[in-house]
Design a protein around this ligand. Sequence first.
Ligand code: CA2
Length: 148
Amino acid sequence: MSKPILILNGPNLNLLGTREPEIYGATTLPQVEDMCREEASARGFEISFHQSNSEAEIIGWIQGAVSGAAGIIINPAAFTHTSVAILDALKMVPCPVIELHISNPHAREEFRHKSFVSLAATGVICGLGVDGYKLAIQAMAGLLGRSA
Ligand code: CA2
């Protein structure tokens, strides 16, 4: 059986679609998960989709990906700008890593301009709303040689 694409979402993204729709849109995280499952399945991939407000839990999933995932798509949310621990974990995985943001952090407050995660990312998608998740799956399929 082939390995899934791991899709990780950081703190507060469980609230997607319920607050700050002017920044993050009106789509909920369960709707994003359905969208991702559909997009991946059209390309012959399974996904393993998670959200956590805990840095430790996210690091646990990344460590599990060392042998258990074809690729990682991660929206680290606020941990993007703070977490050397997530960066270190991502540096240990052999698979492609796509960093994803719904908004464009570079067009927002200065503290959002710095990403620790980018240092371990194969590529970064930002500012395209929740469509970025679909685009990340398409890009990951290309990186894994199955653009279907
Ligand atoms: O644009 C993104 O996807 C971010 O990763 C979202 C993070 C933010 O800290 C990053 O700078 C950029 C915040 C996620 C908070 O999620 C919420 C969702 C709905 C309502 C309120 C917060």
